[in-house]
Structures are given as structure tokens and as C-alpha cells.
Write a protein that binds this ligand. Structure first.
Ligand SMILES: [Zn+2]
Length: 242
């Protein structure tokens, strides 16, 4: 049977049963082409991918390492919040990744959750993203909201008494990006400042903070963006009429 390779377009001949053909076998001319094609398959931009990018910009991580006998391409998150771990796992699964959730005991019996999935193509793609590319990916409100939610789940903090949202990070340009998207899609005005260096931070990197101080903006943020982590939002916030 003569076929055309799905990856390189080369015409090749192959002996294959109809049954296997129906299952999608025999689409590639070589193992190299199978791998190349898989690597280039980036899922279409959707809410789950936007959320994952937001988390990776925050507490999440990517491992892109080549060892002599093994290459590791991994997208993961370590957190103490179970709800956060489950949300990240769901996003990974929705993207077709084989996501694993493990529990770790940390020193003083603190429970940690580790979620990760191996994927070469997606890991490489995410490693190449910068703030500018991410901004260009956020073409609609739903994507921007999912992205900001991922970042807020990671780095955010809800000051319940003052009704303020605070998102802290050492990377100023990440916060500026989130602030820009908040203003563009949600019309929320945030302020980015350098946090007052405390004694605890002495000798460490500067920490910047994106704050949402107007109560109306905070409530709008919690209603439209919200969080997967209960302590970072108000229960049943979507049922409250503003
Ligand atoms: Zn090929």
C-alpha cells in the first residue's frame, strides 16, 4: 500500500491490515517522524492550557533535561493545597496528559501534593514562552481569566478583612503582564509596587506585589477569576449579586 507520511509528506509503501489502518496505524514513514509529529502537536489554546501556563509562571515548574541515558520533559506542581493539586491534575488530564498525583510528607508532617506529567512537545513549547508570547496567546477573555486564575492560585493572597487581592512575585514583568490582562479584559485596575523589604527578605531578591485595592474590583476579580483554593476566595461568591 502506498501512503504519504503525516509528518514529512514523503510517499512510502507499507504492508498493513485494514484493521490496523482503521486504527490510525501506518501514518508515518519512520519512528523519527512519529516522534517529530508528536513533539509538534501542541493542543489548541484553551482554558486548561491557559490555566496550566498561569500555574507554571507561578508555583509550577517544567523540567527539560537531557541525561546520558534518559531525557526528562516534565510539567509539574508541588503544593500544600489539595484543591490546587486536583485542579492542576484535571487541567493536565483535559489536555490529554497522563497526570500523576503523589503525596509527600514534608519535615513537620506537612502534607505536600506533587502533580506532574511527562510530555516532550508541550514541555519544550512551554519552556520557549516568554511574557510577550503569552500575551499574544491571550486573545480572548476566557483564556486570560484562566491564565490569571492559575497565577493567582499559585502566588495570590486574599486579604479577607480589607477585601484586597495581592499577588506577589520576584519577577516584575510577570506581574505587569497579569496587570495588563486584568485591565484589558476585566477593566480591573491593579497597582504594582516593590514590597517593603522586611528583615526576613534581607539579602534575598526583591519581591513585587500586584494589589487590587478597590473593593468593587476585588469582588469582580473573585467573581470572574476566582480561585480553586477556598482560602483565596469567598464561599459562593458567584451567587452574590453585586
Ligand atoms: Zn516521514
Amino acid at each position: 500500500m502506498i501512503r504519504q507520511c503525516k509528518n514529512c509528506g514523503r510517499i512510502f509503501s507499507i504492508n498493513i491490515s485494514k484493521k490496523r489502518l482503521a486504527r490510525g496505524w501506518g501514518a508515518f514513514c519512520s519512528k523519527v517522524c512519529v516522534r517529530q509529529w508528536k513533539d509538534n502537536q501542541i493542543p489548541d489554546m484553551n482554558d486548561d492550557l491557559a490555566y496550566m501556563i498561569g500555574v507554571i509562571l507561578g508555583d509550577g515548574y517544567t523540567i527539560n533535561k537531557r541525561y546520558p541515558y534518559l531525557n526528562v520533559y516534565r510539567i509539574g506542581l508541588t503544593t500544600k493545597d489539595k484543591e490546587f493539586a486536583l485542579a492542576f491534575k484535571t487541567a493536565q488530564q483535559n489536555l490529554g496528559l497522563k497526570s500523576r498525583l503523589n503525596q509527600l510528607k514534608n519535615g513537620r508532617n506537612k502534607q505536600l501534593y506533587v502533580v506532574d506529567a511527562n510530555n516532550r512537545g508541550l514541555t519544550k513549547w512551554i519552556c520557549n514562552l516568554d511574557e510577550c508570547k503569552i500575551e499574544n496567546l491571550m486573545v480572548e477573555k476566557a483564556l486570560a481569566v484562566a491564565f490569571i486564575k492559575g497565577f493567582y492560585d499559585s502566588e495570590g493572597d486574599f486579604a479577607r478583612l480589607r477585601l484586597q487581592i495581592r499577588i506577589s512575585n520576584t519577577n516584575l514583568s510577570k506581574l505587569k503582564l497579569v496587570n495588563k490582562l486584568l485591565e484589558r479584559f476585566l477593566n480591573i485596575k491593579g497597582h504594582v509596587i516593590l514590597q517593603k523589604p522586611s528583615k526576613m527578605h534581607y539579602g534575598k531578591k526583591d519581591v513585587y506585589r500586584l494589589g487590587i485595592y478597590k473593593q468593587a474590583d476585588t469582588l469582580k476579580f473573585l467573581q470572574t477569576v476566582g480561585s480553586n483554593i477556598p482560602r483565596k476566595t469567598i464561599p459562593n461568591i458567584d451567587q452574590i449579586c453585586l
